[in-house]
Design a protein around this ligand. Structure first.
Ligand code: IMP
Length: 190
């Protein structure tokens, strides 16, 4: 059985990552770049819920949105839910500068948190979370991926150097989409 779901995002990397998880499970991801207001909130789950409910009220069909936070231990969880704003303002170079004096290993630990908000007309949003724990590198590496990929590593390998398949074996987004896909398929059979 093939089912489809509209994914509201302007980020083609996210669409490709989501499709690689969902396609083998019989779910087709249809991108919609209509945009939505990003709630400023400490919790990315609330940002995803709000975004999904907002889009449903506009489009009138089932949708998913996805929001990611990056939590760096040595910076007390900064930038957290404000990862997009911080990336757009100080970027990877700015994060590396803030962490200049922090030595390696666990001291540079960071966690990505991805939350998918699913919503359909007349029903409150449901969320699906995935996390990936790694470390912030000492320098940017590689050209692949997007956003913080050049500075986020797992077991010493930056997301930017992994290639799509390897990133999808370990990433926060792969985990949230696996949870979503499992639920979406079970629900379709109910
Ligand atoms: P958002 O979910 O698009 O708001 O993402 C917040 C910020 O984190 C943006 O600057 C994204 O580029 C970045 N980001 C989101 N997901 C990833 C990822 O998988 N790797 C690296 N950066 C990411």
């Amino acid at each position: 059985m093939t089912d489809q779901i509209m994914f509201v995002t302007g980020n083609l990397h996210k669409v490709a990552e989501a499709a690689a998880i969902c396609a083998p499970r019989g779910i087709v991801i249809v991108q919609n770049d209509c945009g939505y207001p990003e709630l400023q909130d400490d919790d990315v789950a609330r940002v995803a819920e709000y975004g999904a409910e907002h889009v449903v009220s506009r489009l009138g069909c089932a949708v998913i949105v996805e929001d990611t936070g990056l939590y760096i231990d040595a910076l007390n969880g900064f930038p957290g839910p404000y990862a997009a704003y911080v990336y757009d303002t100080i970027g990877n170079a700015g994060i590396l500068a803030l962490m200049r004096d922090i030595d390696g290993g666990d001291n540079r630990r960071a966690t990505f948190r991805s939350v998918i908000g699913y919503c359909e007309p007349g029903v409150a949003a449901t969320t699906f979370e995935g996390i990936a724990t790694g470390t912030i590198a000492h320098e940017e590496r590689g050209e692949g991926g997007f956003g913080y990929d050049p500075i986020f590593e797992i077991d010493g390998v930056a997301f930017s150097l992994m290639g799509d398949d390897a990133k999808n074996n370990v990433s926060h987004r792969a985990k949230s989409f696996e949870k979503f896909a499992e639920w979406f398929i079970r629900r379709g059979m109910a």
